[in-house]
Each structure stands twice: as structure tokens, then as C-alpha cells.
Design a protein around this ligand. Structure first.
Ligand code: NAP
Length: 339
């Protein structure tokens, strides 16, 4: 399926949306078949994994990696595949922070980069989820905690991150779906902005957006007043934080990434048991950018889909005047300026 047809299907599907709840989650993660493609990233050992073959790896059975709780069977299978097939890379190792790395795409990127020899700091919403990710990913340098729904916790999180020194790479991956709109403003828009402005900037940043940003609106009044925004609005904001930061920081590499519609807990949010896109490709763009060694991975100020610049983006993404107005609204709401 092409990105274009995928995005149309995804938008229709997600706009139909339902709240993400425990019962839904159980339905999402039981007895589903992987639709993972076998496309193998050039940085990976070319061995088809359990996700590629559609069969569950033995170590991913049961509750390992939080199957049915915070991960799908597909994510657990992919974590096993990474563990068994990815090996240490030659060259410079990077200091990497990934927000929302207790499950899904963030956890997969963290696992992959660790196996490649990079030093990875995970981020969890609370102490329980921090304990979960320490168990799932032994070898993490550290785990920082903070619920992005609470802006005070986000500010404290920025201090924890800065206390760990300068990072080479930060992947702003965390995201909520299916919550009331005022909560989405905090978790998916204000918090990534605050972390961008308060954390010492690394050389390379990625922001997880979505094809649903295409229907997003600027919503400046909502940002200023702390009102409600849709998921699509929040994913437009993520992309615009990326392009604005790329413009403000010409010596850094900053991009937005759409991962495709993939079988994580979020991807199965309404009980759907199939998704159209490759789970592996859903995290490999972030890995490719983080390592920054392959041709084209030194890009900045772009919106990427599966390691390619996506030309079909909301016009606001590259509108510098709109970026400035959004940054001004963020500064008014948070009292923190991005410069
Ligand atoms: N899956 C898709 O099809 C899809 C499509 C387009 C874009 N995306 C984007 O890709 C990113 C990763 O999504 P995913 O599919 O991997 O989802 P996921 O499996 O639900 O994982 C989301 C991660 O973010 C964390 N998180 C969410 N809200 C948080 C908060 N308030 N404070 C701290 N951590 C929080 C979660 O922590 P907990 O485990 O504690 O909840 C989890 O680690 C998101 O930004 C999402 O919008 C996904």
C-alpha cells in the first residue's frame, strides 16, 4: 500500500476512533496475526525475524515484553528478533534519549540502538513503567520518569535529562491517543515543546508525527488558553516543532517522522487486528537518523516517511510564519521561549 492510500485509510479509521481502554487492549493483542513485511533495513543483519514470518518467537510468548498489557504480540516478536539478529556497529557510539520508550516504537528503537552499541536512556511515565522497561531492556544507561500529561512533571523531567549530560540524539516519540482533547494538548504538543526548549539541544532530534497531521489545524487560541486539540492537530504541532527547531538551529539535524500505521498498542487502539504498514519500518527511520551514517540520513527540516522525504505534507509544516505564531502561542502558555 502506498503512503498516500495508507494515509487515507488510516485517517478514516482513526477519525472513527474510540477510547483506548483495557478491554479494547485485550481484544487488540490476542490472537492477531502479524502483517509485518520482511523488508530488512540495510543496517540490520538480513535475517527474517518472527515478525517477518508471521510466527511468534518462543521468548515472546506469555507476558514477556508486556504482551496484552502495554505491547502487542507483534512488538514483542520484533523485540525478540532485534535481540537475536542485531549486532554491535562499527564507529562512534551515540548517547540517545527516547521519550515514551516503555512500549511500542520507542521501545523498539531503544532496543535496536542498544544492540548496535549505543548508550540509551529510556523515559517512562512513572516508577512502575520505569521498572517494566528496566526489566525488558537490561543495559539501559538510565530511565528518566515523568508523565507528559502533567506539565510540572515535564519540567522536572527536563531537569532529570539535563542532569545526565549532553545527548547526541533525542527522539520525541511519546504520544497519547484517545484521550480528551485538553489532555492531548498537554501530552502531545505542550510537553514536547517544553522538552525541546528546556533540554540542552542534541545534534540530532526526531519528532514522531503521523499522516493524520494532514487534517491538523494550528489551533493557536487553544494552545494559548490550554484548551483542547485533536490528535491530528497535535501531530501537526509535532511536525511544526521539528521544522521550527531546524530553522532556529541550523547546525543541528531536526526532522519529523511519520511511522506509518503499525501494529503497536496505539495502532490497534480500537480493536482492529490488522494494520497496513511495516512495524520494522515504523522505527527504522528514527534509528537511521540517530546513527546518521547512511546516505541521506543527514537531512534536516524535513518530514520523513520510511527513510524518505515525504512531499505530501500539510502546508503549515514548512510555513515559517505559522511556525513563529505557534512558537509564540507556546511561549505565552508555558512562559518558556524556544530560541
Ligand atoms: N502506531 C501507529 O500506527 C502510529 C501511527 C502514527 C503515529 N504514531 C506515533 O508514534 C509514536 C509512538 O506510538 P506507538 O504506536 O509506539 O504507541 P504506544 O505503543 O502506545 O507507545 C507509546 C509510548 O509513549 C508513552 N507515553 C504515552 N503517553 C505518555 C505520557 N503522558 N507520559 C509519558 N509517556 C507516555 C507510552 O507509555 P505507557 O506505555 O506508559 O503508556 C509508551 O511508551 C506516538 O507519538 C504516536 O502518536 C503511531
Amino acid at each position: 500500500m502506498t503512503p498516500d492510500t495508507t494515509s487515507l485509510t488510516r485517517r478514516g479509521f482513526l477519525l472513527a476512533g474510540a477510547a483506548l481502554g483495557a478491554g479494547v487492549l485485550a481484544a487488540c493483542t490476542s490472537g492477531v496475526q502479524s502483517n509485518q513485511t520482511t523488508s530488512t533495513p540495510s543496517t540490520a543483519t538480513p535475517t527474517p525475524g518472527p515478525s517477518g514470518s508471521g510466527s511468534a518467537g518462543p521468548a515472546a510468548q506469555g507476558e514477556m515484553y508486556g504482551v496484552g498489557i502495554y505491547n502487542t504480540q507483534q512488538v514483542a516478536d520484533e523485540l525478540v528478533w532485534i535481540d537475536q539478529n542485531i549486532h554491535r556497529a562499527e564507529g562512534k557510539t551515540k548517547h540517545v534519549l527516547i521519550t515514551g520508550s516503555t512500549g511500542g516504537l520507542g521501545q523498539l528503537a531503544a532496543a535496536y540502538l542498544m544492540k548496535r552499541g549505543h548508550t540509551v536512556v529510556a523515559h517512562a511515565r512513572n516508577a512502575q513503567r520505569a521498572a517494566d522497561v528496566r526489566r525488558d531492556l537490561p543495559g539501559l544507561e538510565s530511565v528518566v520518569t515523568g508523565d507528559l500529561l502533567d506539565l510540572d512533571q515535564t519540567r522536572a523531567l527536563a531537569k532529570q535529562i539535563n542532569a545526565l549530560g549532553t545527548f547526541d540524539v533525542i527522539i520525541h516519540n511519546a504520544g497519547e491517543y484517545g484521550l480528551p482533547d485538553s489532555q492531548l494538548l498537554r501530552s502531545n504538543s505542550l510537553s514536547p515543546y517544553l522538552l525541546t526548549a528546556l533540554v540542552t539541544p542534541p545534534g540530532q532530534l526526531s519528532y514522531l508525527s503521523s499522516d493524520l497531521h494532514m487534517g491538523g489545524r494550528l489551533q493557536l487560541d487553544e494552545v494559548r488558553s490550554g484548551g483542547g486539540i485533536s490528535y491530528g492537530d497535535s501531530k501537526l504541532h509535532m511536525a511544526m516543532i521539528a521544522t521550527a527547531a531546524a530553522r532556529l538551529w541550523p547546525n543541528r539535524h531536526v526532522n519529523a517522522v511519520a511511522p506509518g500505521w503499525v501494529p503497536t498498542r496505539m495502532g490497534f487502539h480500537d480493536g482492529n487486528s490488522t494494520t497496513p504498514d511495516s512495524l520494522r519500518e515504523g522505527y527504522m527511520t528514527q534509528v537511521w537518523l540517530a546513527e546518521g551514517v547512511e546516505q541521506g540520513s543527514d537531512v534536516t527540516g524535513e518530514f520523513l516517511f520510511h527513510r524518505r522525504v515525504e512531499t505530501r505534507v500539510n502546508d503549515l509544516v514548512h510555513d515559517t510564519s505559522a511556525q513563529d505564531r505557534l512558537l509564540a502561542a507556546y511561549a505565552e502558555q508555558t512562559g518558556v521561549t524556544l530560541s
